[in-house]
Design a protein around this ligand. Structure first.
Ligand SMILES: *[C@@H]1O[C@H](CO)[C@@H](O)[C@H](O)[C@H]1NC(C)=O
Length: 150
């Protein structure tokens, strides 16, 4: 019994280290949807420390407030108030874990990766990630602070 508990507690501590942690985000006018969870793995605390040459998994759970045939994602780095586009592997939201067409009042998991290139400068910035519907409204738009490092 006693041993069982110890093993259970040990396993839970391990599980907590492995499980994706929701990050605190700022919403930037997500009018066509409601963000439920933003998971970035690994990012145990903010600012997310992003190492050059690595890729970070992004899992955004959101509820749509609209229907849409297609969805387009865009990612920007906000540096001194200027939006600089980031390359992401696939800008097509319908190929990023979402089954299109998007229906109203349904929950979706948007899955993608943020590759951090070697040539990025080592700076602190804000990452803004958007997913637009057919009418260019945001199904989601969120911002988080990150620190790019070697
Ligand atoms: C994405 O996040 C949701 C909510 O936390 C979770 O249920 C789902 O399993 C995650 N998907 C992946 C591929 O990690």
């Amino acid at each position: 019994m006693e041993l069982g508990c110890r093993v259970a507690v040990g396993l839970m501590a391990l599980a907590a280290l492995c499980v994706a942690q929701p990050v605190k985000f700022k919403d930037c006018r997500s009018t066509a949807g409601k963000i439920i969870i933003v998971d970035i793995t690994p990012c145990p605390l903010l600012p997310c420390v992003l190492h050059k040459g690595q890729s970070y998994a992004v899992n955004v759970t959101f509820a749509s407030k609209t229907s849409s045939q297609k969805t387009v994602a865009a990612v920007y780095g906000l540096v001194n108030g200027i939006l600089i586009p980031f390359n992401i592997p696939n800008a097509d939201g319908c190929k990023s874990g979402i089954q299109c067409p998007i229906r109203s009042n349904q929950n979706y998991h948007y899955l993608n990766y943020l590759p951090v290139k070697e040539e990025y400068p080592s700076i602190k910035l804000v990452v803004q990630w958007e997913l637009k519907d057919d009418l260019d409204r945001y199904l989601f738009c969120w911002k988080i602070p990150v620190q790019i490092t070697n």
